[in-house]
Design a protein around this ligand. Sequence first.
Ligand SMILES: Cc1cc2nc3c(=O)[nH]c(=O)nc-3n(C[C@H](O)[C@H](O)[C@H](O)COP(=O)(O)OP(=O)(O)OC[C@H]3O[C@@H](n4cnc5c(N)ncnc54)[C@H](O)[C@@H]3O)c2cc1C
Length: 449
Amino acid sequence: MAAKKKIIIVGAGLCGSLLALRMAQRGFEVVLYEKRDDLRKGIEGAGRSINLALSARGLMALDRVGLRKTIDQICIPMKGRMIHPLGAEPFYSSYSGRESDYINSVSRTELNILLLKEADFHDHVTLKFDTRVTEVNLETATIKVQDKVTGENYEDSAAVVIGTDGAGSIVRKTMMSQTTKLLFNYSQNFLRHGYKELSILPEPEGGWKIEKHALHIWPRGHFMIIALPNLDGSFTLTMFHPYGSDIGFDALDTKAKVQSFFEEYFPTLLPHVPHYLEEYFENPVGTLGTIKCYPWQAYGKALVMGDASHAIVPFYGQGMNAAFEDVRVFDDLIEQYGADWKKVFENFQDSRAENAEAIADLAIDNFYEMRDKVDDEAFKRKRKLEMQLEQEYPDYYSKYSLVTFRPELPYAEAKKKGRQQDALLLDICNKEDYMDVPLSVIYAKLKSL
Ligand SMILES: Cc1cc2nc3c(=O)[nH]c(=O)nc-3n(C[C@H](O)[C@H](O)[C@H](O)COP(=O)(O)OP(=O)(O)OC[C@H]3O[C@@H](n4cnc5c(N)ncnc54)[C@H](O)[C@@H]3O)c2cc1C
């Protein structure tokens, strides 16, 4: 095979595994390097979060590799949010007024394993686990690696190197080290919140302790807990919580303090999490941040995609979906330009950077929405109105639906249109006489935006 056809991919996470599979399907020779052990050996907790929300953009990319139906077997559809306010009954809020719109809870590990297995099925894919990429030469597409098992160090080179090596990407860091040569822009913004995972165990006789087909939220102003269902009947809870306040992660440092905090703020959750104190002290606190950078490519030889080029906070459930969309768009460009890598890379970064920035901003918006607004009266009125509009007018999509259920619409357009719609609807819902405004009038106003 001509050298032009060899691709090195750094990082066999979700993005790298899907990319390897698609490139193999296209006949490229792929060598995929992963610093961790092979997930297929059954390692627990190798990913950063146990389950993820997979939605239309991710599914569209999985369809491209022929896995759409297989994926359904490992997904739990979630049709809406179940909100658990403090001191009031839980209530349900659909994601969309259309029955056909839902998101899916999927195990990160199972999804990653499925992609690795499919990629490995191709003769011209080589998977190298326990092998860390330690250096990258961007101009020659050469890498240095270290085999963790044998201790051996060696070099490899290809037509191109693609970094799908996550938020701490060595490929991106190498681009940064040539800031002036590449005119490399970079920003990293941490939230003053971290996250910690807890769990609800399955019912002893099997089944789910709380509603299975919903993403659960316990919003508490400056903090919240969410829960996504797993196939085995358990739920993964994620506690999004600040540092620095008198009830922040750093202040909750004894069992007594954590217990009194949960009793005060999450009393209805407590019966479902008898082991929460052990989990709280065993499980680490993860950081949450946004990384933006540009350019994403160097010399037509190296490229970053997925979290390596655009890590975002998880509040729209779009990080993996955006990474999968990267692979689909990249694949479209290969269809168009073949292995003219410079053209493919330049077009890729130009079409994706603006959209990655848009979903990064929307994800921050949603952090505040999920945390502070889901049980706010004007917000609840707006959601109700959005549902009515979606039921009555099939061509109307709320901001959430534009992002989540319209995979053909670029994120940047979803952001622009969604924010305009939100402003108009909130304006109506904040007025006393909002009930008197006919739906057809609101729809007409939305259409004129
Ligand atoms: C709490 C939380 C919840 C989330 N929930 C969702 C959700 O519901 N929906 C959603 O769409 N997204 C979600 N995300 C985002 C999602 O996890 C990421 O966007 C996604 O994992 C990005 O995939 P990736 O392959 O680009 O990077 P990663 O998953 O980070 O994979 C990078 C891989 O590269 C490997 N690697 C790194 N450096 C090297 C090296 N030097 N050599 C070799 N290998 C290397 C790593 O070991 C890893 O396997 C969530 C994120 C968090 C933190």
